[in-house]
Design a protein around this ligand. Sequence first.
Ligand SMILES: NC(=O)c1ccc[n+]([C@@H]2O[C@H](COP(=O)([O-])OP(=O)(O)OC[C@H]3O[C@@H](n4cnc5c(N)ncnc54)[C@H](OP(=O)(O)O)[C@@H]3O)[C@@H](O)[C@H]2O)c1
Length: 432
Amino acid sequence: MQPWKKDRIEIGILGLGVVGSGTVDLLQKNCAEIEQKIGIPLHIKRIAVRDLEKPRAVKVDRALLTNNAYEVIDDPDIDIVCELIGGVDPAKEFVLRALHNGKQVVTANKEMIAKEGQPLMEAASHANLDFQFEGSVAGGIPIIQPMKNALAGNQIEEVMGIINGTTNYILTKMTREHADFDAVLAEAQAHGYAEVDPTNDIEGYDAQYKIAILSSIAFTSRINVNDVYVEGITHIAKADIAYAEELGYIIKLVGIGRRMEGNRVQVRVHPTLLPKSHPLASTHDVYNAVLVRGYSVGDVMFYGRGAGSGPTGSAVVGDIMDVCRNLRFGSTGRVSCTCFEHKTVVPMDDVCTRHYLRMDVQDKPGVLARIAYELGENAISIETVVQRATFGDQAEIVWITHEAPNANVRRAKERIAQLPVVISVANWLRVE
Ligand SMILES: NC(=O)c1ccc[n+]([C@@H]2O[C@H](COP(=O)([O-])OP(=O)(O)OC[C@H]3O[C@@H](n4cnc5c(N)ncnc54)[C@H](OP(=O)(O)O)[C@@H]3O)[C@@H](O)[C@H]2O)c1
């Protein structure tokens, strides 16, 4: 590629919502410093939105706005297209067309990357174009660029993170205020920390996209998002949080990618009891954190705001600046897709973890032994057990087990639920 000849770099933006506004705001407010750092002026040429009349969180010249995305994608003057619309349709088609038109692309779209990343990265790679997506995981926290650059020499053993701010906010509030899930969710919605339709967050799908992306980079193998085990936080009761606390743990929704022997990996998202001493355990409220364990570097921790206009805008602008430097020196497409191996995601049944089980039982002699027998029959050994009378002739028993395959616990749980002395197996969670 030839070094850059134009006197400025033209940017086109698709979407002026939460992230689009944060991006434009930062590009405008810090424009002098940004230009100094990249050595060339940047100019926003066009911004596509759906509704031209909608009030905007950022001051923009209305003449820049269009409700026709193709006026951005097909504009021959535009060098970088930022896709900040979200979802797969029509974002994927817009990005493919922008790449086809020879544009560099920056996006924050986790769903599109997790589900359709491969064809997009291949298209960028074939054309030696940059395709950057730092904002797609953990908002303002730099994690993708560090894994692809500064940590690239390491074989990554594990990537583990609290990567959804909404669920972390809910679990933090439940822990601090001994409150129920439904009450805290309603409050989070009232404060704008949770969407009107919170499904993507509370059922774990948002974290599922993100851990699929992080694991693909960590393990140099494309992780199919459908192979990632996902369990949300809707079944967490304040009783679970109280027992966890009493036993020295805190419950967090954690995404885990772990390298295993023989070209296999674990990739999963579920509520997890973390020991209070765990590096991720002190990540509270809407904050995110990602822990990366590299062969040579050891543990590296990234912490910050995982969403929002300013933080995600910061990640998008960082990507834009990186692309500008590549454009200036004729080196776009330098760091392309790193998925050159094929690794198999182990089914959750075969994953070995420690387990937490909470049960409502009849409060009478021999119950504990009867349940312990079923656990033993499934090769599950017990680490801790707590029994407490609740009301009438009922009691609650909480078990923490040693490591056992998930399949064994599932089988034992089914058997235990059928015992006449057991009223219900109220919850089953994993312990790190
Ligand atoms: N929000 C966050 O904190 C956050 C954090 C990390 C990553 N992300 C990702 O960033 C992306 C954007 O999220 P967001 O929260 O900024 O979404 P948003 O607030 O809903 O904004 C989406 C924008 O896209 C525009 N748009 C939708 N369809 C369009 C079309 N066909 N043509 C042109 N414009 C169109 C909308 O226009 P109108 O304004 O006219 O409706 C709106 O401005 C998503 O992929 C999301 O996953 C978001």
